[in-house]
Design a protein around this ligand. Structure first.
Ligand SMILES: [Zn+2]
Ligand SMILES: [Zn+2]
Length: 105
């Protein structure tokens, strides 16, 4: 059961807030590619409204869990994050961007 994919869902200038816009607000330094990755991961959960879902994640600070690890970061990283496996990272000292708090702005 795979829903028809709509590849041409570009940002509409009429809508005040888009999923990409919310993510970019939360993480100003994020790249377009990363935004696409995050939206793709979230859309796989089939939320009723992806914008509402992303807003909630951003509000809770949970958007970080969808961000990829910065494997070549210069700050301390656990082995899990070095391997791009942030879900298995339990190191409190790890400074990987996948759990860096952009909510503390
Ligand atoms: Zn990580
Ligand atoms: Zn980590």
């Amino acid at each position: 059961m795979s829903p028809p994919s709509s590849k041409d869902s570009h940002r509409s200038p009429s809508s005040p807030r888009t999923a990409a816009g919310i993510i970019r607000d939360a993480i100003p330094s994020i790249t377009d590619a990363e935004i696409e990755t995050i939206i793709h991961k979230i859309s796989q959960r089939n939320p009723r409204s992806i914008v509402a879902y992303i807003k909630t994640l951003a509000g809770n600070g949970d958007l970080a869990k969808y961000r990829a690890c910065d494997e070549d970061g210069t700050e301390p990283h656990s082995n899990a994050c070095r391997n791009g496996d942030g879900n298995n990272c339990t190191a409190g000292w790890c400074k990987c961007q996948c759990h860096r708090g952009w909510w503390s702005q």
